[in-house]
Design a protein around this ligand. Structure first.
Ligand code: FO1
Length: 298
């Protein structure tokens, strides 16, 4: 099975999935990557790797459990800020990966080595090797996703969200091989616009998924996103903030749509099976239960 993932939502499902099956690979959004203090941060890849390695901070679903922030604090005291709060152990990940890139490994190779070094058995693949940047336009201002989300607390009005250099992104050999081998694809409850759209926009990805058995978990319940800024991004792209809006967004590639049982909205899309279950993964039992529901479907 292939799982498409961003940094929030889907990692929770991966935490459940890894307790049930071992044989899956994850293709991850890298459009939110950013260089800070000399190293590249790949927030979504790191959340996936830390989850599969069993070391994710489950309070935030980013960073490493029990991490300290001494280096970050010292850099601040010395007069240079850092856009994101980087933990000391987390920073070791960033240094390790950036050294591999400086050593002429590509992003795929570097992250495969990184995941293996942390004991992860599954393949965690960046969506492409090129540097793509999610940008937010707010009035006359243009800013990196992380500036919008972390530094400015997600407050600026969003007039547009776009992926700089996405037209240069090529599907990697590793992803092409994976897609040739696997039949089933799971799109977790990630933000459809900021997390999944960049992955679908790489080369012929969207076209190739039409031939796969694609299961999507809706990240929206009762017209509200389970977490994060999905609503304002969907609004900016003219997509209704509802499970129906999500279904419309995925309708050309999706075979099964999983909606939370609390969502009373009726979703009907020709050729798509709609299933209802509990999709709020507030503890490990709920995460495994949803993962099992999906594995049984497949
Ligand atoms: N999110 C925050 O809201 N504040 C932070 O300081 C922050 C630091 C950070 C460091 C490493 C990392 O991998 C993720 C981090 N995040 C932080 C989360 C991140 O900004 C986003 O949630 C993801 O990019 C969304 O997918």
């Amino acid at each position: 099975m292939i799982v498409l993932s961003g940094g929030t939502g889907t990692p929770k499902l991966l935490a459940g999935l890894k307790e049930i099956i071992e044989d899956f690979a994850v293709i991850v959004n890298t459009a939110e990557d950013i260089w800070i203090s000399g190293n590249i941060i790949c927030p979504d890849i790191d959340s996936v790797i830390y989850t599969l390695a069993g070391i994710i901070n489950e309070d935030k679903w980013w960073g490493i459990r029990g991490d300290t922030f001494k280096t970050h604090e010292r850099i601040k005291e010395m007069g240079l800020g850092e856009l994101m709060m980087l933990g000391d152990l987390d920073r070791a990940t960033h240094i390790f990966r950036s050294n591999l890139l400086r050593d002429n490994k590509n992003k795929t190779e570097a992250n495969l080595i990184l995941a293996r070094s942390l004991g992860v058995r599954q393949k965690v693949l960046p969506m492409c090797n090129e540097d793509i940047r999610t940008m937010i336009r707010s009035g006359r201002e243009e800013m990196h996703f992380q500036e919008f989300w972390v530094y400015r607390g997600g407050r600026p009005r969003i007039d547009d969200i776009y992926f700089e250099h996405i037209e240069d992104a090529r599907m990697t050999k590793e992803i092409k091989d994976l897609i040739r081998e696997e039949k089933n694809v799971l799109i977790g409850p990630s933000n459809p616009i900021s997390s999944i759209l960049p992955i679908l926009s790489v080369g012929k990805m969207r076209e190739l998924l039409k031939d796969k058995y694609v299961v999507v978990v809706s990240p929206i319940i009762e017209r509200k996103p389970v977490s994060g800024p999905a609503a304002s991004f969907m609004n900016a792209k003219g997509i209704e903030v509802s499970s129906r809006g999500v279904a419309e967004f995925y309708k050309n590639i999706m075979d099964v749509f999983i909606v939370d049982y609390r969502d009373e909205e009726e979703v009907k899309i020709e050729g798509v099976e709609v299933c209802k279950t509990d999709t709020i993964m507030k503890d490990s039992e709920k995460r495994e239960k949803l993962a099992k529901f999906i594995v049984d479907l497949l």
